[in-house]
Design a protein around this ligand. Structure first.
Ligand SMILES: [Zn+2]
Length: 57
């Protein structure tokens, strides 16, 4: 059975459920509309090793 997948094919913002033509549009949208949310997650990500803390594997 084939359903219309057109809408699901487009990238969707998981924060406000808006759909965008392509991933670039979505990124731009999140960068502007959800700036604080993105920044918050970036910061929580930086809890791991500091930039100067070099680990050799
Ligand atoms: Zn959004």
């Amino acid at each position: 059975m084939v359903l219309s997948m057109v809408d699901q094919h487009k990238p969707k913002c998981y924060l406000c459920n808006e759909t965008f033509e392509d991933i670039e549009e979505l990124r731009k949208h999140q960068d502007i509309t959800h700036k604080e949310f993105i920044e918050y997650h970036k910061n929580s990500h930086e809890h791991s090793p500091a930039p100067g803390d070099v680990t050799v594997f």
